[in-house]
Design a protein around this ligand. Structure first.
Ligand SMILES: [Zn+2]
Length: 51
């Protein structure tokens, strides 16, 4: 088992959470966090803004 994640913005593959988070910080630090959690649905609650 291991970490595997594709950046939703630039489609780059990462196999380390540290690398992935670092990539986001360095390249997409202006993006909202929802962009990165939308795919796996970990934080569905954060997308509920219709209340
Ligand atoms: Zn990226």
């Amino acid at each position: 088992m291991g970490f595997a994640k594709t950046c939703p913005l630039c489609k780059q593959d990462f196999f380390s959470l540290v690398d992935y988070m670092s990539h986001i910080k360095n390249n997409h630090n202006k993006e909202r966090p929802e962009v990165f959690v939308r795919e796996n649905g970990e934080l569905k609650w954060s997308l509920r803004d219709d209340g």
